[in-house]
Design a binder for this molecule. Structure first.
Ligand SMILES: *Cc1c(COP(=O)(O)O)cnc(C)c1O
Length: 337
């Protein structure tokens, strides 16, 4: 089976499992799990921020951040394709009672001007705008990356208007590697950052939320309220530590594999627009003799799993469990279609 459905499907390697097995553990709700404490310290240090919080999922880190940054009735600004809006079960309304101003961005990325235009005036009729949330890389943008200068412009608007700035960085390290950036740049710019350890970095479970000490203290309370306080979580935190220490630079291999596959897709008459491939995600249009679901079914017959994300679009996600040999077999399979 060659599984391109998501970069969440990765399994721990023997070395990662060994690190998990050997992890010192304790009760993290008492703050006594050395491995969780180490992961949180390491994450904060990596981004040059004060503190971090280990959570079961990226949905939880995002939702905790939104809850911490807003009051019920406040409004947050994000791209209309954002994971926080599209794929977190209505959590913004459910958990925070907040309103959302959606922006029509460019492949999941919004601009400072768009943010500026979307800030509500001080008027009793309007929700109070308090938060801007960006996604980098943008999943529905086909793994698109922001230019850092554009993020800085958005930050400026936020500072001028007293808005907090959150980053859904589920795949932030893909952007950092692709754009040759540093985590510290992001740490300086955002009030909070969510990073998934369970995607391209290859850990089986978990995300970290990173921010200032006071913010993380509040976030820890919200995590408990949301039911995310874990006990001997050190076993999974150890996988996260291993992922941060070993699996960041290698993301470049996934990006190269995605380029190899995309360059073959370009030549197929049943494939239409391919969103520019910047990282490990390929989103392409299917036309002519296949619909997206039909193409997915055809590939499945050959043991290749992709997702039809709409009737006309397929998503392929490359990750560390996709070997060079599997990339070649996939290319051969497309050539046979
Ligand atoms: C995967 C993902 C998340 C978090 O998902 P979980 O499955 O809850 O860990 C958040 N944002 C984006 C952009 C994602 O792709």
């Amino acid at each position: 089976m060659i599984d391109f459905r998501s970069d969440t499907v990765t399994r721990p390697t023997p070395a990662m499992l060994e690190a998990m097995r050997n992890a010192p553990i304790g009760d993290d709700v008492f703050g006594e799990d050395p491995s969780v404490n180490k992961l949180e310290a390491l994450s904060a240090e990596l981004f040059g921020m004060e503190a971090a919080l280990f959570c079961p999922s990226g949905t939880m880190t995002n939702q905790i951040a939104i809850k911490c940054h807003t009051q019920p009735g406040d409004e947050l600004i994000c791209d209309k394709l954002s994971h926080i809006y599209q794929y977190e079960g209505g959590g913004i309304a459910f958990n925070s009672g907040a309103s959302v101003r959606l922006i029509e961005g460019n492949r999941g990325r919004i601009t400072a001007d768009q943010v500026k235009e979307s800030i509500n005036p001080d008027d009793v009729h309007k929700p109070i705008t308090t938060l801007v949330s960006l996604e980098n890389t943008a999943n529905r943008g086909g793994g698109s990356c922001y230019n850092f200068a554009d993020i800085q412009s958005i930050k400026e608007i936020c500072s001028q208007n007293n808005l907090k700035l959150h980053l859904d960085g589920a795949r932030l390290f893909n952007a950092i590697v692709a754009k040759n950036e540093t985590p510290a740049q992001y740490g300086e710019t955002f009030d909070s950052i969510s990073v998934c350890l369970s995607k391209g970095l290859g850990a089986p479970v978990g995300s970290v939320l990173i921010g200032k000490k006071d913010f993380i203290k509040k976030a820890r309370r919200i995590r408990k309220v949301f039911g995310g306080g874990m006990r001997q979580a050190g076993f999974i935190a150890a996988a996260g530590i291993f992922a941060l220490e070993h699996n960041i630079e290698r993301l470049a291999e996934d990006h190269a594999h995605a380029q190899m596959i995309a360059s073959v897709l370009e030549k197929k008459d049943f494939i239409g627009t391919i969103l520019p491939v910047e990282t490990n995600i390929i989103i392409f249009e299917v036309k002519g003799r296949y619909t997206a679901p039909a193409l997915a079914a055809k590939l499945k017959e050959q043991g290749i799993f992709v997702i039809a994300i709409s009737p006309t679009q397929v998503r392929v996600v490359v990750h560390l469990d996709i070997s060079p040999d599997q990339v070649n077999r996939t290319i051969e399979a497309f050539n046979r279609l």
